[in-house]
Write a protein that binds this ligand. Structure first.
Ligand SMILES: Nc1ncnc2c1ncn2[C@@H]1O[C@H](COP(=O)(O)OP(=O)(O)OP(=O)(O)O)[C@@H](O)[C@H]1O
Length: 632
């Protein structure tokens, strides 16, 4: 069954459909209009295409005609090129023909000229030969004349020179005669000095015998005095009858006392005289002395021995000759130069320490008498410095023993001595106390102080050892050796790379005369004197070697300056010379040992050491002054 819709809804739907139809119509009208416009544009484009087609046909025709023109022009170019090639070939053929005919012409001309030139040259050469022959003859004549002149001039000169040489020879002979006379005068003077020395020695011996006689007298008088005192006591306890005898004895006692006082005075004067004479003898020997000592080859040493001789060994023992290294001369022959040196004394390998001490004991006596004394050991490593200084029979123990014994002997003449020892090491320009605590080695700093008024040095913070018996010396040396070992562990082989200085201060006082004296004995074991070039040192070793060389050079400079009167003495340039300032020079006595190794391998160092020592030996140092506090 059909359901009928609401008529108002149908009406509404119809209205909307009408509306839609209207819209559709208006759209259709717009589209028709657009289509018309588009058709017009299309028509316009079609006409344009027809026009362009006509234009293209026209252009194609133009291109065809141009193509034809181009082909024609190409044909013409080829024709022209062919004509040009032919012309060039023809020209080349013409050029070849011309050149060939020119060459033929030239050949003809040269052939005709050559003959005439040759004959012309031959003539010229002949003329030149004739001219030169004339010139050569002239020159020959001239040269012969000049040669004759020169020969006669030279003959004159030779005659003159011969005359001059004869005159000079005469002068030299006269000089030699003069020098020989001077030498014999010097020899006479030397003999005189030796005679004086002998006289002084015998005088000293007589003074010493008088001294012992006087001390015996004193003892005798003292004994008599004591006997008399006992007698007085006895007499005093007796009755009046003995009073006369008592007065008598009293007088005689007084006389004995007077005699004892006179003997003591005499004793004092003679002791003063002995000291004066002893010093004069030392001065006559020179205030700086140099001894050379050659050590023996050791059992462990297998190296070749150097040739070292002692020409005057049997008499004075002052000379040493070392055979230098072999040097090839211009002819290739090897030769070696002898190097002779002379010193105050030379000790060969057979000498022992006690023999050496005999020579220096006089200087040790001078230190007791109030002088400053310095004894050095110089030489390369292993040459025997420490053996000479510090061995049980070395200079240090023997010196202290002698001082101790002499001081004991002087006690009866009123002298009492105090001995103080200081032992320091100088390593790389730093001071170490060898008698201090081991743990302080290398840590504690020490300074050198100078008392310019009393001419004394002191070192801050060092241990001083009272040497009241000879045995204390061995203890002290042991301690120093131990401390050196401690230091050595820190810097390998250090003992040979440092200087050791043993300073013995001797303070004396005379209870009879009131005299006081203060002398210093410095015993110095110098560091090895190896040369820088030979040591092949590097790093720390190089620094050490430089420091050693510098301080040894400073020592040489100080000694050289002391030899020149009045000049500046550079003590401050090294710790060693600064420390020894008051023991080197005018107011002191110096002895240097130059130690020599006997081995050929050490020859270069040996010669360097001997040269250094020889320079020192040639230095004259001024008169020594005694450090006494009371003038005589
Ligand atoms: N006169 C001598 N007689 C016997 N042996 C010696 C003599 N001189 C040195 N010697 C020995 O030679 C060796 C080297 O000597 P020493 O140590 O004294 O030399 P040095 O010059 O002090 O060396 P360094 O510079 O290294 O300290 C040591 O074994 C020592 O005992």
């Amino acid at each position: 069954m059909i359901a009928w819709e609401d008529p108002s809804a149908v009406h509404k739907r119809l209205e909307s459909m009408e509306e839609l139809m209207k819209n559709f119509h208006s759209q259709m009208e717009g589209t028709t209009f657009e289509k018309k416009g588009m058709s017009e544009v299309l028509e316009l484009y079609k006409t344009k295409v027809v026009e362009l087609d006509a234009e293209r046909h026209k252009l194609n025709r133009t291109i065809d005609s141009l193509q034809q023109d181009l082909e024609k022009a190409g044909d013409q170019t080829i024709a022209v090129q062919m004509v040009a090639d032919k012309a060039r070939r023809d020209h080349e053929i013409d050029m070849d023909d011309a050149e060939r005919s020119h060459r033929h012409n030239l050949e003809d001309i040269r052939m005709s000229n050559e003959e005439s030139l040759r004959s012309e040259a031959r003539e010229k050469i002949d003329t030149l030969i004739r001219e030169y022959k004339i010139k050569i003859d002239d020159l020959e004549r001239e040269l012969r004349r000049e040669l004759d002149e020169e020969r006669s001039r030279r003959l004159h000169e030779v005659a003159d020179l011969t005359a001059q040489r004869d005159a000079q020879l005469q002068n030299v002979a006269a000089d030699i005669g003069k020098k020989e006379r001077e030498a014999s005068t010097v020899r006479d003077e030397l003999r005189q000095v030796e005679a004086n020395l002998e006289r002084e020695k015998s005088f000293r011996a007589s003074v010493e015998s008088k001294l012992s006689e006087a001390s015996a007298n004193t003892l005798e008088l003292e004994a008599a005095n004591r006997a008399l005192q006992a007698r007085i006591t006895y007499l005093e306890s007796s009755d009046q009858e003995r009073s006369q005898a008592f007065a008598d004895l009293h007088r005689r006692t007084q006389e004995a006392i007077d005699k004892a006082t006179a003997a003591n005075d005499k004793l004092r004067i003679e002791e003063t005289l002995r000291r004066k004479l002893h010093n004069q003898v030392q001065e006559l020997k020179g205030n700086i002395r140099v001894f050379a000592r050659v050590r023996p080859a050791l059992g462990s040493e297998e190296d070749e021995a150097a040739t070292i001789t002692f020409p005057d060994e049997a008499e004075e023992s002052k000379e040493i000759v070392v055979k230098g290294p072999e040097v090839k001369n211009a002819l290739g022959v090897s030769k070696s130069q002898p190097h002779p040196y002379s010193f105050d004394r030379v000790f060969g390998p057979a000498s022992d320490n006690s023999e050496i001490f005999e020579e220096i004991s006089q200087l040790v006596q001078s230190a007791l008498d109030g002088y400053n004394v310095c004894i050095f050991c110089y030489g390369q490593t292993g040459s025997g410095k420490t053996f000479t200084m510090s061995a049980p029979d070395g200079m240090i123990p023997l010196a202290v023993r002698q001082i101790y014994e002499t001081a004991k002997g002087l006690e009866e003449k009123g002298w009492t001595y105090r001995m103080e020892g200081t032992f320091v090491e100088i390593y790389n320009e730093e001071l170490m106390d060898l008698l201090g605590k081991s743990e302080d080695i290398g840590k504690k700093k020490h300074e050198i102080r100078h008392d310019t008024e009393n001419k004394k040095i002191s070192i801050t913070g060092v241990q001083k050892v009272e040497l009241d018996s000879p045995d204390r010396v061995q203890d002290m040396l042991k301690k120093a050796a131990k401390n050196r070992t401690v230091a050595q562990t820190a810097a390998n082989e250090r003992s040979s790379r440092s200087h050791s200085v043993f300073i013995l201060t001797l303070i004396g006082e005379n209870s009879i005369t009131g005299d006081k004296s203060e002398g210093t004995l410095n015993l110095v074991d110098l560091a090895g004197s190896e040369r820088l070039a030979h040591s092949q040192a590097e790093g720390q070793r190089l620094l050490e070697t430089k420091a050693i060389n510098k301080s040894l050079a400073c020592l040489g400079d100080v000694i050289a300056s002391l030899g020149k009167e009045g000049g500046h003495v550079p003590y401050r340039n090294s710790k060693l010379t600064h420390l020894l300032q008051y023991s080197l020079g005018g107011n002191s006595k110096t002895l240097m040992f130059v130690m020599i190794s006997p081995l050929q391998a050490h020859l270069a160092e040996t010669i360097t050491s001997l040269k250094f020592a020889h320079k020192v030996h040639n230095t004259h140092i001024g008169t020594a002054k005694r450090h006494n506090k009371v003038a005589h």
